[in-house]
Write a protein that binds this ligand. Structure first.
Ligand SMILES: [Cu+2]
Length: 138
């Protein structure tokens, strides 16, 4: 609620500032059909509340038959998101996770909840290897 007020004030200030310069021709008709995106917080019982302490997402790009970066270090609760940028199909195969076939542009995301070192590869090209090191979040 407070944030919305601040946004409104900022927008209003900008509106005033533009109005004061007065030396610019009016911008071409703006489309008034912009509907604000309302996301009401309903107490629906089927809505799982987001954990307050959400981890970050670390990106790994699959390109030229290589995981890049080859090794990432994250905290428990963080996720790794792989994205295949090759024309070739790749997968991400680890001890506790397994993606489907990733075509160009496809992503696969896995949330790591347990600390440890996870060596993984591509099941189609097992010479492609990578490592995720998960450190216990204090
Ligand atoms: Cu591959």
């Amino acid at each position: 609620m407070k944030r919305e007020l601040v946004i409104f004030m900022v927008l209003f200030s900008i509106f005033l500032a533009i109005g004061c310069t007065g030396n610019k021709p009016a911008t071409p008709a703006e489309t008034p059909a912009v509907t604000p995106v309302e996301t009401p917080i309903s107490p629906g019982s089927n809505v799982t509340p987001q954990p307050a302490n959400q981890g970050k997402i670390v990106d790994v790009v699959i390109q030229n038959f290589t995981f890049n970066p080859k090794a990432v270090e994250i905290m428990t609760g963080d996720s790794v998101r792989w994205k295949n940028m090759d024309s070739a199909i790749h997968t991400v195969r680890g001890p506790t996770f397994q993606s489907g076939e990733l075509r160009k542009g496809d992503t696969y995301e896995f949330l790591f909840t347990d600390a440890g070192t996870y060596n993984y590869d591509c099941s189609i090209h097992p010479s492609m290897k990578g490592t995720v090191v998960v450190v216990e979040k204090k």
